[in-house]
Design a protein around this ligand. Structure first.
Ligand code: FES
Length: 77
C-alpha cells in the first residue's frame, strides 16, 4: 500500500526502514527514505506504523508474527 503519495513510498518501505533502526519520528522516516515531507498527510499513518512496530515484541516471532500483518491493519483504518 502506498503510504505517501507525494514521495511515493509504501508501508513496506516504512517497515523496512523501521526494522532494526531506532527512528523516533515520522521526519526521521522521511529522511531515512531519502525524502522530506511535502503535504504531511501521511505522517499519521507513518506514526501508526511506528507505534505498531514499537508495540511488537520480536522475542517470540514465529509463523504468526503480528508485524507480518501490519500492512493489512493500517489499510483497514
Ligand atoms: S502524502 Fe506524504 S507528504 Fe504528502
Amino acid at each position: 500500500m502506498i503510504v505517501c503519495s507525494c514521495n511515493v513510498f509504501s508501508d513496506r518501505q516504512v517497515l523496512d526502514a523501521l526494522a532494526g533502526t531506532p527512528l523516533r519520528s515520522p521526519s526521521e522516516v522521511y529522511r531515512c527514505l531519502g525524502c522530506s515531507p511535502q503535504c504531511g498527510r501521511c505522517a499519521r499513518t507513518i506514526r501508526t506504523l511506528m507505534d505498531q512496530v514499537q508495540a511488537h515484541d520480536c522475542g517470540a516471532c514465529a509463523d504468526e508474527c503480528p508485524v507480518a500483518g501490519l500492512t493489512g491493519m493500517v489499510a483497514a483504518e
